[in-house]
Design a protein around this ligand. Structure first.
Ligand code: FAD
Ligand code: NAD
Length: 466
């Protein structure tokens, strides 16, 4: 039987990064993945393929709607070749997942293909095409998550689908009904809206992206309505039925009246649930919490002291970069180091266009906790850079402590917000004040000037260009 210092179960951004860090720190490491390709949800059916389709559909939309204005004439009709679009997405996925194979080899990590299942706290059975058993002094569980569903919905995976199927459709829906106006629903909804689908979003809460700062929900809702999405918030879905090629969704609106939506596809994107099936966690003494997540302490150690857990399968934001930070943290803890994660500074991004990005506290959270704060906001449309590219929607909002001027939260919506949020993370990591940012030079013309201007607005209401 092969023995290891550390075994990692699951090869998503939590698991594979943990394995690399363990190997870098000199531990003999194995990684177990039930699928043939490494990379988990993120690389195979999550972050990477969804961004590939967002990029392709964005190019198409630009070609159809904006090229002429830029002085680019394309003779004939511009058409979508959905087969090619999906094939390109798959080739991006294949390149990315084979990159993880390379990293495993480079770091001398043994890869086992099969379902990892605890026999006891130090032995794992691997059930693949051949079954094998390994011994591991320490184990890191990184088994991730799967799409959640509503109890009354039967996912047929043809027309009533999750994100996994929505990433490989063979045709463009005529009318896509999206249940859940969260991250997945809006990103994939935008892909198909750009490709010509009618898109109806049905959201239970009173606003889309309800966990983000309310000002971002409002602005994104405005942009989506302009793009002719049908947005239906405060709607409680109660039935989803398929009749031939038609999908019928019934919901109760705010007034309690029944509303019916009819389409040819329905994407169910109501969150994700931790995945522990087949893991046999109890055999190792690993407890789950009341929401089916693996229970961990602040060191991400489970109820079995030699077993740790990271990523979507534990509490906290279900984000790839959060999973990876946790993977590194656990590897370093096992190596006897004292690493730290500031969960308040894990940024959240929605890759729609305009992009939405946040870090730190929202205005709603600050109000609730009674913090005395001030706000500085700057509109994208006032930037020369925005006008040059015609990306004028959105703003940057900085929330800072009224007395100390320390930045408490940064919320932005606009072109390239996904990349710009890094500046806010760095600033907050070093506990910068709004004035600190306002006095730093930002290259002109760039979208980042909106951050400086919002900081000026927060400092003393002295934005220069609005
Ligand atoms: P996963 O990536 O889920 O990996 C877990 C792995 O464990 C899987 O490969 C699974 O097969 C394997 N596994 C499970 N049980 C066993 C077992 N018993 N034995 C062996 N293997 C097992 N996050 C972002 O930060 N940015 C984004 O842009 C983004 N886009 C997304 C888009 C979509 C459509 C979806 C669905 C998710 C997206 N996410 C995004 C979320 C992101 O994918 C997850 O947060 C991330 O993948 C979690 O990483 P993980 O390592 O915890 O788990
Ligand atoms: P989500 O939590 O972002 O959104 C789910 C939405 O469904 C919420 O707005 C919720 O109020 C709504 N909802 C729940 N029950 C409902 C009901 N009965 N009827 C109508 N609406 C209902 O979840 P998601 O979009 O499914 O994404 C899952 C996870 O994947 C998220 O945690 C997210 O962090 C991650 N993800 C991240 C990214 C990214 O970082 N860009 C992209 C995709 C997914």
């Amino acid at each position: 039987m092969n023995s290891y210092d550390v075994a990692v179960i699951g090869s998503g951004p939590g698991g594979y990064v943990a394995a690399i860090r363990c190997a870098q720190l000199g531990m003999k490491t194995a990684i177990i993945e039930k699928y043939a390709t490494l990379g988990g949800t993120c690389l195979n059916v999550g972050c990477i393929p969804s961004k590939a389709l967002l990029d392709s559909s964005h190019h198409y939309e630009d070609a159809v709607k904006h090229f002429e204005e830029h002085g680019i004439d394309i003779p004939g009709d511009i058409k979508v070749n959905i087969e090619q679009m999906i094939a390109r997405k798959q080739s991006v996925v294949d390149q990315t997942t084979s990159g993880i194979d390379f990293l495993m080899k480079k770091n001398k990590i043994d890869v086992y293909e099969g379902l990892g299942s605890f026999k006891d706290a130090t032995h794992i059975m691997i059930k693949g095409s051949e079954s094998t058993e390994i011994e591991a002094e320490k184990t890191i569980i990184a088994t991730g998550s799967k799409p959640s569903n509503l109890p009354f919905i039967k996912l047929d995976k043809e027309r009533i689908i999750t994100s996994t199927e929505a990433l490989k459709l063979k045709e463009i829906p005529k009318h896509l009904i999206v249940i859940g106006g969260g991250v997945i629903g809006l990103e994939l909804g935008q892909v198909y809206r750009r490709l010509g689908s009618e898109v109806t979003v049905v959201e239970y809460m009173d606003r889309i992206i309800p966990t983000m700062d309310a000002s971002l929900s409002k602005e994104l809702n405005k942009v989506f309505k302009k793009a002719k999405f049908s947005m239906n918030v405060s709607h409680k879905v109660k039935a989803v039925e398929r009749k031939g090629d038609e999908v019928i969704v019934k919901a109760d609106n705010k007034k309690g009246e029944e509303v019916t939506f009819k389409g040819d596809y329905c994407l169910v994107s109501v969150g994700r649930s931790p995945y522990t099936e087949g893991l046999n966690a109890e055999a190792a003494g690993v407890k789950l919490d009341d929401r089916g997540r693996i229970e961990v302490n602040e060191k991400l150690q489970t109820s079995a002291s030699n077993i740790y857990a990271v990523g979507d399968v534990v509490k906290g934001a279900m984000l790839a970069h959060k999973a990876s930070e946790e993977g590194v943290l656990v590897a370093e803890i096992i190596a006897g180091q004292k690493p730290h994660i500031d969960y308040n500074l894990i940024p959240g991004v929605v890759y729609t266009w305009p992009e939405v990005a946040s870090v730190g506290k929202t205005e709603e959270e600050l109000k609730e906790s009674g913090v005395d704060y001030k706000t500085g906001q700057f509109p994208m449309r006032a930037l020369g850079r925005s006008r040059a590219s015609m990306d004028i929607d959105g703003f940057v909002k900085i929330l800072a402590d009224s007395k100390t001027d320390e930045i408490l939260g940064v919320h932005m919506i606009g072109a390239r917000a996904a990349d710009m949020i890094a500046e806010a993370v760095v600033a907050m990591e070093y506990r910068a004040s709004a004035e600190d940012i306002s006095r730093m030079s930002h290259a002109h013309p760039t979208f980042t000037e909106a951050i400086k201007e919002a900081a000026l607005a927060a400092t003393d209401d002295r934005a220069l260009h609005s």
